[in-house]
Design a binder for this molecule. Structure first.
Ligand SMILES: CC(C)(COP(=O)(O)OP(=O)(O)OC[C@H]1O[C@@H](n2cnc3c(N)ncnc32)[C@H](O)[C@@H]1OP(=O)(O)O)[C@@H](O)C(=O)NCCC(=O)NCCS
Length: 170
């Protein structure tokens, strides 16, 4: 009661963060997506981080930001190319505290500052409401294979035409 939650700090990814981010990725999928995906779909999705070397390469090849709370990573987001959010994951213990909002806002500002007119994301079913609240609009329904399992997601897009509008729907 009355407890003020500390505000996360953001910093860029370092190679040494890979194991912690792989653990956040796995925990987020296992604990936050069960309403929308079956156990075998969750396992297939989470196994994308099983090969840490490959996962580290993916993180390093993108613009990856990490949210830190009390000096520990609690979430991360990665921008692929100029205008696509490839990853956004928050540890279940830190969910619902605005961590993803902060990460997403930072990527929107960075992409907008680099001249992107819009950002896209292939949002998992559990995350579509999160992105809709930030002004992303559903464009297309997809079904993709991930490690042998079919998973549905939705391509969503947010216009950055007026510069990234922090936190607001356009
Ligand atoms: C989706 C996810 C990143 C959200 O992280 P988070 O830090 O809990 O999100 P925030 O606290 O910033 O939430 C911001 C708003 O979105 C809403 N929201 C977040 N997750 C939601 C969900 N699963 N369903 C409905 N609304 C959600 C919050 O209620 C909040 O609304 P408010 O501003 O009205 O209070 C996190 O649940 C997650 O890691 N999920 C599993 C991995 C995943 O699917 N990632 C997306 C891949 S594209």
């Amino acid at each position: 009661m009355g407890q003020t939650l500390p505000k996360p700090a953001l910093r860029p990814f370092l190679a040494a963060d890979t194991p912690v981010l792989a653990a956040i990725f796995t925990a987020a999928i296992e604990q936050l997506t069960g309403d929308d995906y079956s156990e075998s779909q969750q396992q297939a999705w989470a196994s994308s981080a099983a090969d840490e070397e490959q996962f580290g390469k993916r993180l390093a090849s993108e613009l990856t930001l990490i949210a830190m709370l009390q000096n520990s990573p609690v979430g991360f987001a990665a921008l692929k190319g100029a205008d696509h959010i490839d990853m956004l994951y928050v540890h279940p213990s830190a969910a619902g505290q605005g961590v993803a909002s902060m990460l997403c806002e930072a990527l929107e500002k960075l992409a907008g500052g680099r001249g992107a007119k819009a950002l896209t994301v292939d949002a998992s079913d559990n995350a579509t409401e999160f992105f809709a609240k930030r002004g992303y609009v559903a464009k297309q329904r997809n079904t993709v294979t991930v490690n042998g399992e079919w998973l549905a997601n939705t391509t969503m897009q947010k216009s950055l035409a007026d510069g990234a509008t922090p936190g607001g729907a356009t």
